[in-house]
Design a binder for this molecule. Structure first.
Ligand SMILES: Nc1ncnc2c1ncn2[C@@H]1O[C@H](COP(=O)(O)OP(=O)(O)O)[C@@H](O)[C@H]1O
Ligand SMILES: [Mg+2]
Length: 245
């Protein structure tokens, strides 16, 4: 689905990404895991062509190289939820979800049917569709962001810390819902998190990043039992609950 080759990204003195090579297979959920500042958001933005890698790096989406020229069109096939949710505050939930479909000339009837399907899938209360983002709970806003990303039925779904701002109970409920949604849709998903249990719960594969480089790629079991580097174990242990129950 996605093939990243030799991806580096430099911002002034900061090397946000250093020679990343990564293959994202179709139909799987891949998690980008790592501490704040390790380059997760930069990598996901390079995947959908929002920013460009340094010279020499290439990204192929379904065997087509992403360039500044075709990025806009290719992005219609990639749903994207940005880290802060990114809903337009002056548009209702319905308007946020349907914005791109309107732009692309879908009929009102087709849009209505798609929104109904998505509210069922994400278990969003239909009466909330006419509310503005400020009139929705944090969890409901995340469902709207997800519906907006899914509106054009994309082949690939890119989610940047979609649950980051939620309190723990809401978060664990939404994790279960997300997993169910991924399984139902069978789409290719790339999801960013800094939470190892979330990564293990949602991901078919985990890519652990540190300082712009891949430290290890594999299942949670592989990271726990066959760490490639002492950092892997440190990262896992740092997130173990200090409370013994
Ligand atoms: N537009 C930018 N300009 C300058 N530095 C940036 C920019 N975006 C990200 N960075 C830097 O690149 C590094 C990686 O950032 P980011 O990809 O946002 O990390 P993460 O999402 O893992 O927290 C950080 O050091 C960050 O400060
Ligand atoms: Mg980020």
């Amino acid at each position: 689905m996605l093939e990243l080759k030799n991806i580096s990204k430099t911002y002034g003195q900061t090397k946000a990404l250093k020679s990343i090579n990564l293959s994202i297979p179709a139909g799987k959920t891949m998690v980008l895991l790592g501490q704040s500042g390790c380059g997760k958001s930069t990598l996901i933005r390079i995947m959908n062509g929002l920013i460009q890698a340094d010279n020499g790096g290439t990204v192929y989406f379904e065997d087509v190289q992403i360039t500044p020229k075709n990025a806009l069109e290719l992005r219609h096939k990639m749903g994207y939820v940005i880290q802060e949710g990114g809903l337009f505050p002056h548009l209702t939930a319905y308007q946020n979800i349907s914005l791109m479909a309107h732009y692309l000339g879908w009929t009102e009837d087709r849009i209505g049917k798609q929104v109904t399907k998505l509210t069922q899938l994400t278990q969003f209360p239909p009466e909330g569709l006419n509310r503005f983002p400020s009139q929705l709970s944090g969890g409901q806003r995340q469902r709207v962001s997800l519906m907006r990303a899914l509106a054009l039925d994309p082949a690939l779904l890119l989610l940047d810390e979609p649950l980051g701002a939620l309190d723990p109970m809401i978060r664990s409920g939404l994790q279960a819902d997300l997993k169910h949604i991924f399984q139902t849709l069978g789409k290719t998903v790339v999801i960013v998190t800094h939470d190892i249990s979330e990564a293990g719960f949602l991901g078919d594969a985990i890519v652990l990043l540190r300082d712009g480089q891949i430290v290890q790629q594999g299942s949670l079991t592989e990271l726990v039992h066959t760490p490639s580097d002492p950092f892997v174990t440190q990262f896992i242990n740092a997130q173990r609950s200090p409370i013994e129950l």
